[in-house]
Design a binder for this molecule. Structure first.
Ligand SMILES: NC(=O)c1ccc[n+]([C@@H]2O[C@H](COP(=O)([O-])OP(=O)(O)OC[C@H]3O[C@@H](n4cnc5c(N)ncnc54)[C@H](OP(=O)(O)O)[C@@H]3O)[C@@H](O)[C@H]2O)c1
Length: 338
């Protein structure tokens, strides 16, 4: 914010910033450079003091300076906040635009060891793909030895394997070539949690679907065909939404915009839902449940639905907070319901 000398400007600044911040703005105009102190968010101990920091320095740059004095905390694992319990500032936030004085005080929290998002997703999704195939090919030590490397007599088992593999290959390719993530990294500990979830469920589902005593769906071919249509429809829908989200963000940027329906009819669901990729994901797994008629698959669908609902509600709230003109008709994940 620029420095104003007129009475009116002072009043406006006082109203907007409060007296303390106004005085800070005044002081700032007199001295070009900032002093920055970084305190531990938990203990309030002073960890670092940076003298003569350029006013247009970004939080990302301040993190790099802090890293020089504390090499164990590389920038990706730093959370820098204005308030010890507040939200992390963005790397692109500029020092002079923040509500701080000429001596800016920031609070630091260690986010723990980090790992790149792409590595996380590739690990998460390669696991289910490989694990499912081990059960499908009935490698030794899973079922009785007489079934080693035998194949199922039910065609739905082969179809299910194709659908499951297709789903995860699609996710891997989307991770590599479609998604434009805004975060470079995530905490290393998350990978253990996420892999346990995806790998564990894949093994549990695959064990039953590929079991030599597996019984095909009760309504036979009709049920399987309907399930396949639902599954494929939702896979195309999910992919269409991922493309629409990608196109919202120019390469290399972190912009967030309101997604709107495009010419692709699969994206028209944006009229009613904030996170239709989750809606389609749910549909895919409902289709897979119908196709295999297998309880662990239904359970995986339910757990995924609960998790995606929590995320969709959070994203929906953020949209409402961030965009005043956000379409009011939208629900987080299920039109008019949830
Ligand atoms: N079965 C399950 O349990 C389960 C659970 C979760 C996800 N999934 C699958 O994994 C897929 C990806 O999940 P996700 O949670 O990463 O989905 P997401 O949060 O909707 O993000 C998908 C991509 O779009 C970007 N994006 C989202 N909203 C945007 C906006 N308004 N403007 C610009 N870019 C935006 C995201 O960037 P950011 O990096 O900024 O977020 C990310 O790169 C899902 O669609 C679903 O198919 C499955």
């Amino acid at each position: 914010m620029s420095f104003c000398t007129t009475h009116l400007c002072k009043e406006v600044l006082l109203l907007h910033l409060g007296r303390g911040s106004y005085q800070n703005q005044l002081c700032r105009s007199m001295s070009d450079k900032f002093k920055v102190e970084i305190l531990d968010a938990k203990t309030k101990d002073k960890l670092c003091f940076l003298d003569k920091v350029e006013p247009n320095a970004t939080i990302g740059e301040i993190k790099s300076m802090f890293h020089k004095s504390h090499p164990q905390w590389y920038p990706a694992r730093q959370s820098i906040r204005l308030d010890p319990k507040g939200k992390s500032l963005k790397d692109e936030d500029v020092l002079q635009h923040l509500p701080v004085g000429t001596t800016a005080t920031f609070y630091f929290r260690d986010l723990g060891a980090q790992i790149s998002w792409v590595t996380v997703f590739l690990t998460e999704y390669t696991g289910p793909l490989v694990i499912y195939l081990l059960f499908y090919f009935r490698v030794p030590f899973i079922y009785a030895p007489k079934y080693d490397f035998t194949t199922s007599k039910h065609w739905v088992v082969h179809l299910a394997c194709m659908c499951h593999s297709f789903h995860y290959v699609k996710r891997l390719l989307e991770t590599l070539f479609v998604h434009r993530f805004s975060h470079g990294t995530m905490p290393l500990r998350n990978i253990f949690k996420n892999c346990t979830y995806y790998w564990g469920f894949a093994a549990w589902m695959a064990y039953y679907i590929n079991h030599p005593l597996y019984t095909p769906p009760i309504y036979g071919e009709q049920q399987i065909r309907l399930a396949l249509i639902i599954f494929l429809f939702c896979q195309i829908g999910n992919f269409s939404i991922h493309i629409a989200l990608r196109n919202l963000r120019p390469p290399g940027s972190k912009t967030r915009k309101i997604p709107y329906p495009t010419k692709n009819p699969f994206t028209w669901i944006f009229l009613l839902v904030s996170c239709p990729n989750y809606t389609y994901e749910l549909g895919s797994w409902l289709g897979f449940t119908l196709m295999t008629q297998c309880l662990p698959v239904a359970f995986f669908t339910l757990v995924g639905f609960i998790q995606m609902t929590v995320w969709a509600k959070g994203k929906h709230r953020s949209y409402l907070k961030e965009f005043r003109d956000y379409p009011p008709l939208r629900s987080p994940i299920l039109p008019f319901v949830l």
